[in-house]
Design a protein around this ligand. Structure first.
Ligand SMILES: Nc1ncnc2c1ncn2[C@@H]1O[C@H](COP(=O)(O)OP(=O)(O)OP(=O)(O)O)[C@@H](O)[C@H]1O
Ligand SMILES: [Mg+2]
Length: 244
């Protein structure tokens, strides 16, 4: 594959599908007499081609269920596409930011130490645990609780704070603003902006076009698993707002 020197992420003609329960199968009769298949293959991403250069921030917009998180998981290598190629020439921050990675039965502290040991810590950063605790603003009492008892805002605080402690080339941010309160949203935006200025590559999924415009240089709009717009961030955000 020919790829330009500074392209960090290159997707060519990527398609992803899942086997899902066939909602048209209601009974044994449907299965045996009418010979309906209990599963159906549903296409989630179709013919996705995109490139992200080193230091670029790409926004991903679209309605609920259009395939944004699936696209992030595919780029991160969690999902293998049925068709097409995914090339990533860099390391990822912990996958937490796209909703995976935290162990529900473990408490906050246990999750932090597990993930810091898995992903490695920022060597410039002397006290990763202290930084995570400070950024998340989670109390000692909360951090001693199993994560399964956290509110979704608490999960987002812990997950995002751990992902910041990583020294990866690419930061993945999926909806961290959606569940955080106003204070945490503002703090996250400031931090993400700072990371952008440091020259990191960012993949930013959000339902807030204003936030996408603040962080991103370019954006894609997904509809039913396809990219329908790809270009200047302001143009794509306008197209997104026109959907509703
Ligand atoms: N593990 C799975 N098995 C089957 N279908 C799935 C699975 N995960 C996601 N899907 C389907 O894939 C489609 C896209 O889901 P995805 O989570 O990527 O959407 P999204 O754009 O991130 O939505 P949202 O804005 O709500 O976060 C949806 O129709 C969803 O039902
Ligand atoms: Mg999603």
């Amino acid at each position: 594959m020919v790829s330009k020197q500074d392209d960090l992420i290159i997707l060519e003609d990527v398609s992803v599908s899942y086997w899902q329960n066939n909602v048209g199968v209601h009974s044994i009769k449907d299965l045996v007499v009418q010979r309906k298949n209990p599963f159906q293959n549903k296409t989630i991403l179709q013919n996705i081609s995109l490139t992200v250069k080193k230091g670029e921030s790409l926004g991903m917009l679209g309605r609920n269920g259009c395939g944004k998180s699936t696209l992030l998981r595919t780029i991160a290598g969690i999902i293998k596409p049925q068709r097409g190629t995914v090339e990533v020439k860099g390391t990822f921050a912990p996958i937490l930011a796209i909703g995976a990675g935290l162990e529900a039965e473990l408490n906050g502290y246990e999750n932090i130490s597990l993930l810091l040991s898995l992903y490695g810590t920022n060597k410039k950063n002397g006290d990763p645990l202290g930084n995570i605790r400070e950024f998340s603003e989670l109390t000692d009492e909360v951090l001693r609780m199993p994560v399964k008892r956290y509110s979704s805002g608490m999960v987002a605080r812990l997950a995002f704070s751990i992902s910041l402690a990583n020294e990866a080339d690419i930061l993945i941010i999926d909806e961290v603003l959606a569940v955080g309160d106003q204070g945490f949203q503002a703090k996250c935006m400031e931090k993400i902006y700072q990371i952008k200025k440091e020259g990191k590559t960012i993949l930013f999924v959000s339902h807030f076009p204003d936030a996408v415009q603040q962080i991103c240089d370019k954006a894609v709009l997904l509809e039913n698993g396809s990219i329908v717009e790809n270009g200047d961030v302001e143009y794509v955000c306008n197209k997104y707002s026109q959907l509703f």
